[in-house]
Write a protein that binds this ligand. Structure first.
Ligand SMILES: Cc1ncc(COP(=O)(O)O)c(C=O)c1O
Length: 406
């Protein structure tokens, strides 16, 4: 059944460019109307068609249709970034006096957006441990209008029970958003478990080659249409060129995710038996405390692995600095394996106390496993681990003094 969806997604076409087998990019800002009345009819919505590329563009439309097919959604809408997709949800569906519930450990900038900026407009936000269902119920307020989870969470790989949370959201009449960036629709389709909207930072696995910044939201026509109306007024649109790249990427998404997962399993198994590792976080772990939920909800595992090593920030940074193949990047979902120190980068906006609560410790390292030969990824890890077995000599320790002061 799922393979039929993939075939259908890959074979979506741009109608106006019907005979080019690889779709051309619709690099145009405006459209040539046949008459003044045709322009008027399109503007008033009497007839459908392109108007202006801030809100209608065939390349963007093609990408949106492919993503909607993958997610099993009625419709999708694309944005200039994942954060502008979050902004769209907040501005479209919230008003002064509303409250938002956010899952613990989600991307730091998402929490920052709601707390720092929307706080100024009288919208409050609180954070709940992602896997504590009773906690979710306790934190609900009469004015909770939006519930946002990322599952699995980055970087701890804890899992939200989408079905349970969707029931809580429905009873509350709140919109329930699932950020599906870490799995892609190949490994998880949150709408099938009751989510109202699915959000992606599409520059991650969906692009898969680290070329594009973009975002997208999928869901019912009823919820996507107001987001499209907002897009027309806000102008936070995806470019035609980026949409074209993303459409091409969608054609290989299924195959890429299988390879990412297979590599991640091999790296996980290697990490698991290393002496200097305290713990490895991954839904691949057969003893993961939420293993049953994972097998029910996910069709595969995120290629994001995090591990904590013996020591603290100095040891973590030393490993990170020793990689030769693995790139030091704060992105995820690239063909190239990448490493990040979450406590001082992606999750640096959380307070020390919050980071402790969410398990984002100084000795935690995040890997986004790429598509290289897994043996080469493991070789690079092995060499870096050897580097921390060598004690830090006195002149080196000076070099690392600044590390602790940041
Ligand atoms: C899970 C997740 N959601 C949303 C975002 C924000 O997306 P963008 O960087 O496209 O604005 C990120 C960015 O890293 C992310 O990791």
């Amino acid at each position: 059944m799922y393979m039929e969806i993939i075939t259908s997604a890959i074979h979506q076409r741009i109608d106006c460019l019907d005979d080019s087998h690889s779709e051309a990019i619709a690099l145009t800002s405006a459209y040539d109307f046949n008459s003044a009345s045709e322009a008027a009819n399109r503007f008033s919505g009497v007839t459908q068609g392109n108007i202006y590329s801030r809100f209608t563009n065939p390349s963007v439309d093609l990408f949106e249709r492919k993503l909607a097919t993958f997610e099993g959604a009625e419709a999708s809408v694309a944005f200039s970034s994942g954060m502008s997709a979050y902004l769209a949800i907040a501005i479209t569906f919230l008003k002064q006096g509303d409250h938002v519930l956010l899952a613990s450990g989600i991307f730091g900038t998402t929490t920052h957006l709601f707390r720092q900026y929307f706080g100024r407009f009288g919208i409050t936000a609180s954070v709940v441990d992602v896997d504590d269902i009773n906690g979710w119920k306790k934190e609900l307020q009469h004015n909770t209008k939006l519930i946002v989870v990322e599952t699995p969470t980055n970087p701890i790989l804890a899992v939200a029970d989408i079905k349970q949370l969707s029931l809580i959201a429905k009873e509350q009449k709140a919109i329930f958003v699932v950020d599906n960036t870490l799995l892609s629709p190949v490994f998880q389709q949150p709408l099938a478990f009751g989510a109202d909207l699915v959000l992606h930072s599409v520059g991650k696995f969906i692009d898969g080659q680290g070329r594009v910044v973009g975002g997208a939201i999928s869901g019912s026509y009823k919820l996507i249409q107001p987001l499209k109306d907002y897009l027309r007024s806000s102008g936070t649109c995806l470019s035609a060129f980026n949409a074209w790249l993303l459409s091409k990427s969608m054609d290989t998404l299924y195959a890429r995710m299988q390879q990412h997962q297979s590599n991640a399993i091999k790296v996980y198994n290697w990490l698991k038996v290393q002496d200097m590792i305290v713990s490895v976080n991954s839904t691949i772990d057969p003893e993961h405390s939420q293993a049953i939920l994972i097998s029910e909800q996910q069709k595969g595992h995120s290629p994001i692995l995090t591990f904590s090593i013996k020591g603290g920030r100095i040891e973590a940074w030393k490993i990170i600095d020793s990689f030769e193949l693995i790139s030091r990047c704060t992105n995820i979902g690239d063909a190239k394996t990448m490493v990040t120190h979450p406590a001082t980068t992606t999750h640096g906006k959380y307070t020390i106390k919050e980071r402790e609560r969410y398990g984002i410790t100084e000795n935690l390292i995040r890997l986004s496993i790429g598509l290289e030969n897994p043996k080469d990824i493991i070789d690079d890890l092995n060499k870096a681990f050897d580097a921390i077995k060598t004690p830090i000599c006195s002149d080196k320790s000076e070099e690392y003094d600044h590390v602790l002061s940041l």
